[in-house]
Design a binder for this molecule. Sequence first.
Ligand code: MN
Length: 498
Amino acid sequence: MTIQELIRKHQILAKDQKLLRAAFDYAQSAHAGQKRQSGEDYIQHPLIVADYLATWGMDPVTVAAALLHDVPENSEKSLDEIKKKFGDEVTFLVLGVTKLGQVKLRNQKDPTYIETLKRMVLAMAKDIRVVLIKLADRLHNMQTITALSRDKQERIARETLEVYASLAARLGMGEVRGQLEDLAFPIVYPKEYNQLVAQVRPKLQNAGHYINVAIGEFARIFRQHEIPITKIEGRIKHLYSLYQKLQRQEYGMDMGKVYDIIALRIITDSVEHCYAVLGTIHQYFKPIRGRIKDYIAVPKPNGYKSLHTTVFGPEQKFVEIQIRTKEMHEEAEYGIASHWAYSDHGKPKTGVKTNQKKLEWVRQLSEWQKEAVRRPEEFLESLRIDFFKNRIFVFTPKGDVKDLPEGASAIDFAFAVHTELGLHCGGAKINGKMAKLETKLQNGDVVEILEDKKLKVTRDWLNLAATSNARGKIRAYLNKHESGLLTRLTPAFMKRKK
Ligand code: MN
């Protein structure tokens, strides 16, 4: 792909082309001579990531940030320079992606780690565009994963399944989720994957042919009834989603009970016509009892809207039908991203509307939060959104995450990492710059503690620490090492100590 192709494909407006070309040129020179593990020129990676984001309808600033997303990590260029050239908004997004890149699923057996990771990602969702760039980045990395060592493949694929795919699902990005899962599935569960493929292969043998026959027949019927149809397409169920369905008790690994391996999607122009399509289909093809679902009247918790039915279709075969408007379709495919940059007419909004876009975004996020209140069990199950209220997430230089209460300082961080590190913390670097130990930390800070083995813990430290964890450990140390201290302790403290 070239920058020219990207601009043409997404019909980028003239006024935005300059930004994208500048971001591209800058990234190209930063990655000059670098190759991907697959042997491709490195610049292809940010180009494809940018292409995904444009496909999801993201604004030019996000697409520019996508072009630049690996520059700080993989080159000598600094964030300061990016800031000078591209401004605060682009820099904020690039920085966010860089920080997320430092989070790694180290120990796959540790569920709290996964939870922390999810929360971290969500804390970053202060600007969800960061997460969307990261999802696009991961999608392309998964597509080129075979170039990596087996060990790395496994780690990345598992992380994709456990963190990124479930995030995509939570954001309503069904297609992205399906793609991420299907790329990770054969790597994480090779045996199960091969079994499933062998089982499903006969069912899919004639799928292409059948889909064409069915589309032809349905199109003819709708013409006859004069219902305007935007598009009919066939889709084959994503394999990992099929695998998960089969594992559910009511299916008991019986493929015969799964009716939606092949589905037809019928896109029409209005809600009214959605119901007209459903009614018309039922006139010609018998529906299966209990399989008619009205997700327009009652959307799924993630906002998914469509009418579903399964009928005895053409050639007497079961086929699932999903009926929706174009807006519902875009939302089902691109989820939260579909609200970002494009108007109803599928054309990019112009500059004056930038603020309106953002308002729309804020509205979407608040809807999302309301949803958490309305259907807490479904929502919190995957997100635990309440946990990260009043919490901040801070990185070690190696990319491990610590979550601390708001107001925590560098000294609190040191004790959160390890008691010994806390007791010997002589200084701190926050985001690479020297800082005082009492400096209050911000969400996303990278904190390095400088150890000083000769250091003596003093009572002043109690004033520098904000968390009960750190203060408790400082008191315990003073208690043990400063004999004179005991007499100065308040009775209340002595009591708590016991
Ligand atoms: Mn990348």
